[in-house]
Design a protein around this ligand. Sequence first.
Ligand code: KG4
Ligand code: ZN
Length: 340
Amino acid sequence: MIVLGVESSCDETGIALYDTERGLLAHALHSQIAMHEAYGGVVPELASRDHVRRAIPLLEQVLSDSGESVSSIDAIAYTQGPGLAGALLVGASVANGLALALNKPVIGIHHLEGHLLSPLLAAQAPEFPFVALLVSGGHTQLMRVDNVGEYTLLGETLDDAAGEAFDKSAKLLELGYPGGPAISRLAESGDPGLFELPRPMLHSKNLDFSFSGLKTAVLTLVKKQEGELTDTIRAAIARAFVDAIVEVLVAKCLAAIKQTGMKRLVIAGGVGANAQLRKALNEAAVKKRFEVFYPDLALCTDNGAMIALAGALRIARYPQAAHFDYSFNVKPRWPLDAIN
Ligand code: KG4
Ligand code: ZN
């Protein structure tokens, strides 16, 4: 079965073709980062308009890259939420319009379920059950994953998401948008002994997170420099920030592994691309004897491949979830455990 995946929840248009027999056939992506950069963040209206421009050319690209034609598509999966309402509506319209024209079933997918299952596309894929750390621009959650559609929330952020903390702190260090990769790179050259930042909720005895205080601590540190934000200081602050957030994320993963008795940990979402986090988790995995799985780097951030995969896995497990009713709605706010 060949499933077309359509992702348009935020600032990336992603289209992909996944075959349940042959795996990922092709995926194409357009990132709007350059367009939003001038505004320091995503402008929803511009995002929606750009998805309209990109969706069909990207579809043509995956068809040509895979050597398939529209008639070989058996089902269409699209991100139904959470995300920006206008942006979601573009992907939903494209998916439902195409499905109607082809007379094929359509299925709405939860964006985070896509992230959560994305490591299954990697050469080294985990088996169920596993603990998953979802760290994206909008979410930070620890989940217990027993199977497709069987998700239990173990803990989550009480305020800012990890990616948001990366982006906001990077902005304070004048690193542009999105700041995650930039602050991570800068931290590599930073002196680890110069500054110390708080590790929020490290000893909270639960699996929740809180990152807004960390961002405020970065702000306070920046202000203290009284305009003398030299390259050395900026790198040292970046280093202190990355060290703090990585320590908290790793500690909570270890606590979740211990609490659930699981032996497999999956990292998903944009922050999962972070080099320092991966290094620390790999070291912890060796020490504590569990396995850690990541999506391929290119599939950590938003993409259509994870939506196509989630659609295929959902249809295999719950065939009635795909439908021929092409009236649709999107769900800008949609808790993941509501889809079980
Ligand atoms: O999953 P994603 O692409 O979009 C959402 O669903 O939110 O995640 C985007 C987030 C941004 O906050 C970005 O700064 C962060 O992931 N990010 C990183 C890295 N690459 C992306 N954060 C830290 N280190 C990275 N290498
Ligand atoms: Zn995402």
